[in-house]
Design a binder for this molecule. Structure first.
Ligand SMILES: [Zn+2]
Length: 419
């Protein structure tokens, strides 16, 4: 079935060995944590730069600490197809989230070094996607995409260190981070390979899948307010905000599940937070995602009605605030088609049967979509496990992803018509 290219197993072995090497650059001895503008970030940029140069790319670090590499193409000054992902991690991370996409991109660039493509080919290793250090995500890719906000220099990490000071320590000019911005004229497309971070490919017995959209997401804070009373208060006189919130949580699970949306209540706080006092206030977060904003909003409408009905039944007030809202990012049809051709070339799925799926998680592609059409290829990961030390990919899947990305880039080159 498989029609992997000759060099694919060696390339996959190199990618996995490099992922292991990157994993040794961690700020903690008991697991992987590598965050923006740290010595570990410096170390992995240095490694990536070396591998990019080995692959025939010119490499440099941009004003935001993203490590970039470029293969000129048939002539100088051509607009670029960019292959990228990120090298930063969450605390207690695995070794493939983000990293795999960068390493696969370097392999593909190496294969295409003599291809005389009609466009430049760039590889970008973003310095911050996860937002672990400063609590704001996609800092590297948003700088690249021209949406850097100068006030982010004032963000502080858990130790109170300002981003601007960390940038200076790292060797960057905090006033110039925004100059990492690329323009739409410079970019033809952005292609990102990433582990799925979910079990759908594995369940379908597929190595690779084409991403349709990156989920529409929103975050809300929901507060139920009742009455704080002594725990001797009889049942019929209680207005327990935590019981309302608990009932709401179970309703959110039931509604989102039935509708195929993803809903997570990850934080809950009660007041006064005492063992012998009925909670008068319960506040919880809700992260809600769906393939489209339309689907997300339809799920939210049902949830909101249910929250109000639960509050009404318990004599509580409910207040809802929105802290984040983003529509889905739609992957470009021609880039989806190029990835589908790439997957077919590996023998993973017949012509009409390439697996398509939406990304529940956010990615650098969301930021880059502001300035270029984006496409994403998902690689199966074991058990759907990610953001955890047990994150794992198969070598043959990695090999297939390298081949698929190469074919996708070659297809874009074959179809390319200069602007
Ligand atoms: Zn990632």
């Amino acid at each position: 079935m498989s029609s992997l290219s000759q060099g694919a197993p060696a390339a996959a072995a190199r990618v996995l060995a490099r992922a292991d090497e990157l994993a040794t650059h961690s700020s903690r001895p008991d697991g992987i944590e590598r965050v923006y503008l740290t010595p570990q970030h410096r170390a992995v940029n240095h490694l990536a730069a070396g591998w990019m140069r080995e692959a025939g790319l010119v490499s440099w670090e941009d004003a935001a600490g993203n490590q970039c590499g470029r293969l000129a193409g048939a002539e100088d000054g051509l607009p670029a197809v960019v292959l990228g992902s990120h090298l930063d991690t969450v605390p207690g991370a695995g070794r493939h989230d983000g990293i795999l996409g960068v390493l696969v991109a370097i392999e593909v660039a190496s294969r295409l070094r003599d291809a005389e493509l009609p466009f430049a080919l760039e590889v970008v290793a973003f310095g911050d996607e996860e937002g672990t250090r400063f609590g704001t995500t996609l800092l590297g890719s948003r700088a690249f995409a021209g949406s850097w906000q100068p006030e982010w220099a004032g963000l502080r990490d858990a130790d109170g260190i300002r981003l601007g000071d960390a940038a200076r320590e790292f060797g960057l000019d905090p006033q110039r981070i925004g100059s990492a911005a690329r323009t739409p004229e410079q970019l033809l497309a952005y292609l990102e390979v990433h582990i799925e971070q979910g079990p759908r490919l594995e369940q379908a017995d597929r190595a690779l899948g084409v991403v349709t959209t990156i989920a529409a997401a929103e975050r809300r804070m929901i507060t139920f307010t009742g009455e704080s009373r002594h725990c001797a208060t009889p049942w019929e006189l209680r207005h327990d905000a935590l019981l309302g919130a608990s009932e709401a949580n179970l309703a959110i699970e039931r509604i989102a599940r039935a509708r195929g949306s993803y809903a997570t209540v990850g934080r809950i706080q009660v007041e006064p937070d005492a063992v012998n006092v009925i909670p008068g206030v319960a506040t919880f977060s809700l992260d809600l995602r769906d393939e489209t904003a339309e689907g997300r909003d339809a799920t939210w409408d049902v949830i909101r009605d249910e929250l109000q009905s639960i509050a009404g039944g318990r004599g509580l007030d409910v207040a809802i605030g929105t802290t984040h809202e983003a529509p889905e990012v739609v992957c470009a049809p021609d880039l989806r088609a190029a990835f589908a051709a790439g997957i077919q070339s590996t023998g993973d799925g017949a012509a009409s049967d390439v697996m398509e799926l939406f990304s529940v998680a956010g990615h650098d592609a969301m930021a880059v979509a502001a300035i270029a059409p984006v496409g994403m290829l998902f690689v199966r990961c074991r058990g759907g496990i990610s953001h955890h030390a047990d994150e794992s990919v198969r070598a043959d899947d990695v090999a297939a992803s390298i081949d698929a990305l190469e074919v996708a880039v070659r297809q874009l080159a074959a179809e390319y018509e200069p602007r």
